[in-house]
Structure formats: structure tokens, C-alpha cells
Design a protein around this ligand. Structure first.
Ligand SMILES: Cc1ncc(COP(=O)(O)O)c(C=O)c1O
Length: 439
């Protein structure tokens, strides 16, 4: 047996990472507090991305840390099937309290990907429970990101995440994406053009017949593909078409959930009520893996039939509602409540928007988009080398003490919701330096 050094980097095959590049020039975080990371070489890095869109309350927050510590010493694990523990129920009640009205029930998962696959299964099973089992089709959207499990990549629309993995789920179709750079470039907030793209759902319905379609899933704001903000009226139209045809509407709020837009959920921001909402990330401030799927009473109640000793829905995870995850989520919700973080993005949004759009004159910038505390700067790709310009901006920014996220040639920004105005200034000063002098 080979004895490996603990600092040998080869054994860990890193996720969504250029492994060979990373292992030549490792970037390791060894500590974090509030808005800043500490690197292995002793530098401080401003977190411009809330980790991976998840650390909404900032890093190492005492309520969350303490809740985890206490729970680990009191009840470490309780079986999730046919048994329970109080915090999972307490948490579900707290979640339902902040969710859009009518979202009265919660299923727990361990990640956004699992939340998505859970939601798709709930949608299929719901129609069957109602005796409408011919509704088996699932409709996603081009450029959509719904995690990496088979359901999620099937309804997802990011080619690189799909093309290696065979036939995926059958019976899936896709709406067109809503990115119209020719018409909407440099829009602040929701773009004017493109609401009519929702009517593509009517075309899909005509093609397959509504009686075969179970659900439509979209991110209210598409995040991972590089921040695509829904055109004004688009989500309302999707809702109307779904309702008209008896199709469930699923909002994937893994990024937008828990305050990112200045309301607890994007459904409230856009005033559009989906039938199912998927969440994860900000639920526990990213600290412990956990997701939650919200469903309406109508969906939940459709399952609550038959003899009472029978399991109503054959689905769940060993760690559904895990005690330590539940405690972390409760500590997170306490922190959000005490500091008003679920609505703080609304106060900061105008300042954020102004600072973000001041980057317009930097070299290679072809579009800027924003909503809530989300921003995107799209760069012109280097001819023949797509993604390289943004990736080199990412590396330079990291060197200069700023964490950004890039996807394709788009820089995505989504800082913790505790960010102060001076830190917004710091973020864009650093980024301006990177874009102007370094790529
Ligand atoms: C909208 C959306 N859905 C699902 C996921 C997958 O979440 P996870 O990485 O926790 O599986 C993500 C992750 O970024 C996401 O943005």
C-alpha cells in the first residue's frame, strides 16, 4: 500500500474543476469569517460569490456554529423513515412560515440536485395519484441548470452537463432560453423584451398535447448559466399557460431562495406562485448539506389517501431532515431573521446596480445584468478560445483578493447578503483593476 502524503492533491478528483490546472497552482481556503476567506498562503479574499451562491449570512456565523455544536452532542442522528425528531418538524413549520402562501409542506433532501429530482418525482407521482398517469413529460429550458443528477440534467439545458451521459430521461422537452443580447444588453433589472418566449410553451403543448405533460421547471432567475433575468411578464405568462393546461410549475430556487433577490423567495419577488419550489444552498447557509422542496397542500393532499398504515410516497433519503442539518438550518433562519437578511438585498440593490453598471466601460465587456444581489458581467470571448478570458479574470481576481465565479465568458457575482457598501466598492475596485489591467 502506497503511503501518500496528506498534502498530495492527486487522490481527490475535484468537481466541476480543471483538475490539472488546479493541482499545478492550488487555491485552498483555510479559514473564513463574515465577508472574507483566508487562503493557505495567508491572504484575505473578499467573497464575491457567497461561496457557491450559498453563504447568504456570511461565514462562520455564531448562531449556526453553536446550533451545530449543540446538536452534535445531543442527538447526532435519528432514522428518517417511520421515525423523527423534533427539529425537523420545527424547521418545516419555520420554512412554511416564510414561503409563498399555500406552500404548506416540505420534503427534505441533501442538495439542490436532490431537491430537483425529488420535485420531478413528486410532480409525476401527483398526476398518477390523481388518476392522470398519462402526464409523464417534463419540460425544462435551454441553458437551465438543475443540478447534476439524471432528472436534473435531463430537464437542464447546459450542453456540457448533458452530452456525455447518454439518453437521459425520455419524454423531456425544452423551452427556449430568454437571453436576447441584441435587444436587452445592459438592462438594469428585468429586461423589456422576451416575455413572448413563454408562449413557446403553447407550441410544446400543441406538439405533445397537454394531457401528456406533468410539469415545467425553470429557475426564476437562471444562475449557473451566467445570470439570465426573466423578461418582464415572462414568468406570469408561464404560470398562466401551465394553469390553463393543468401542468405543474416548478420554480428551482436553489439560488434565488433565502433572500437573494430581497424577498425570501423569487416567487414573492415576481409575484408568481409556482406549485413546487426547490431549495438548498442558503437553507443552511451552505454550512451543512441540506435541501428542501416546498409543495402546495393540493399536491400533498392528493397523496394522503388509502389505508393509513401504508407509506404514501416511496421516496426519501437516509439524511432527510438530519438532526444536525436541521439545527444548522434553524440557526440560519434565526440569523436571517435577527439581521433582516431575507430582505436586505432589496435595500442594497440600487447601490449594487450602480456599482455593477459602472463596469460598463471596462475592456471586453459586452453585457451587464443585475437583479437583487446578483450581477453578471459578460466578456467578449478570446477568438477561438472561449471561456479563457473569464477564467483568467477569475485567477487574477483570486490573486488580488477577490472571489468571483465564472461560467463560459460570464463573471457572476452574488456576495453574502451581509455585504456593506464599502465592501461593494472594494469588490468593484478590485474587479475593475483585473478587467482593465490584467486580462
Ligand atoms: C438552480 C439550481 N438547481 C440545482 C442546483 C444543484 O445544487 P447542488 O449543487 O446542491 O446539487 C444548483 C446549483 O448551483 C442550482 O443553481
Amino acid at each position: 500500500m502506497a503511503n501518500r502524503l496528506s498534502n498530495d492533491l492527486s487522490a481527490f478528483w475535484m468537481p466541476f474543476t480543471a483538475n490539472r490546472q488546479f493541482k499545478k497552482e492550488p487555491r485552498l481556503f483555510v479559514g473564513a469569517k463574515d465577508m472574507y476567506y483566508k487562503t493557505h498562503d495567508g491572504r484575505t479574499v473578499l467573497d464575491g460569490t457567497a461561496g457557491l451562491w450559498c453563504v447568504n449570512a456570511g461565514h462562520c456565523r455564531p448562531k449556526i456554529t453553536e446550533a451545530i455544536r449543540e446538536q452534535a452532542g445531543e442527538l447526532d442522528y435519528a432514522p428518517a423513515f417511520q421515525l423523527g425528531h423534533p427539529k425537523a418538524f420545527e424547521l418545516a413549520n419555520r420554512l412554511v412560515d416564510i414561503a409563498p402562501e399555500g406552500m404548506n409542506h416540505v420534503l427534505y433532501t441533501n442538495s439542490g440536485s436532490e431537491s430537483v429530482d425529488t420535485a420531478l418525482k413528486v410532480a409525476l407521482a401527483y398526476h398518477r395519484a390523481k388518476g392522470d398517469g398519462s402526464r409523464f413529460r417534463l419540460i425544462g429550458r435551454e441553458r437551465g441548470y438543475h443540478g447534476v443528477n439524471f432528472g436534473g440534467i435531463s430537464v437542464g439545458g447546459i450542453v456540457a452537463n448533458r452530452k456525455m451521459f447518454g439518453t437521459l430521461l425520455t419524454g423531456v422537452d425544452h423551452l427556449p432560453h430568454t437571453h436576447l443580447p441584441g435587444k436587452n444588453a445592459f438592462t438594469r433589472g428585468e429586461p423589456e423584451h422576451g416575455a413572448d418566449l413563454a408562449s413557446e410553451l403553447e407550441r410544446i403543448v400543441t406538439l405533445h398535447d397537454a394531457s401528456t405533460i406533468a410539469a415545467v421547471i425553470v429557475e426564476p432567475v437562471a444562475g449557473s448559466t451566467g445570470v439570465l433575468i426573466p423578461p418582464k411578464g415572462y414568468l406570469q405568462q408561464l404560470r398562466e399557460i401551465c394553469t390553463k393546461h393543468g401542468i405543474l410549475l416548478i420554480f428551482d430556487e436553489v439560488i434565488t431562495g433565502f433572500g437573494r433577490l430581497g424577498t425570501p423567495f423569487a416567487a414573492q419577488y415576481f409575484d408568481v406562485k409556482p406549485d413546487i419550489i426547490t431549495t438548498a444552498k442558503g437553507l443552511t447557509n451552505g454550512v451543512i448539506p441540506m435541501g428542501a422542496v416546498f409543495v402546495s397542500s393540493e399536491i400533498h393532499d392528493a397523496f394522503m389517501t388509502g389505508p393509513e398504515h401504508l407509506i404514501e410516497f416511496f421516496h426519501g433519503y437516509t439524511y432527510s431532515g438530519n438532526p444536525i442539518a436541521s439545527a444548522a438550518a434553524l440557526g440560519t433562519l434565526d440569523t436571517y431573521r435577527e439581521e433582516g437578511l431575507l430582505t436586505r438585498a432589496a435595500e442594497l440593490a440600487p447601490y449594487w446596480e450602480e456599482a455593477l453598471h459602472s463596469m460598463k466601460d471596462c475592456p471586453h465587456v459586452v453585457d451587464i445584468r443585475n437583479i437583487g444581489l446578483i450581477g453578471a458581467i459578460e466578456l467578449e470571448p478570446i477568438a477561438g478560445e472561449p471561456t479563457k478570458r473569464a477564467f483568467s479574470a477569475f485567477l487574477k481576481a483570486y490573486e488580488k483578493g477577490l472571489l468571483i465565479r465564472t461560467t463560459g465568458d460570464i463573471i457572476a457575482l452574488s456576495p453574502p447578503l451581509i455585504i456593506e457598501r464599502e465592501q461593494i466598492d472594494e469588490l468593484f475596485d478590485k474587479l475593475r483593476d483585473v478587467l482593465t489591467n490584467n486580462i
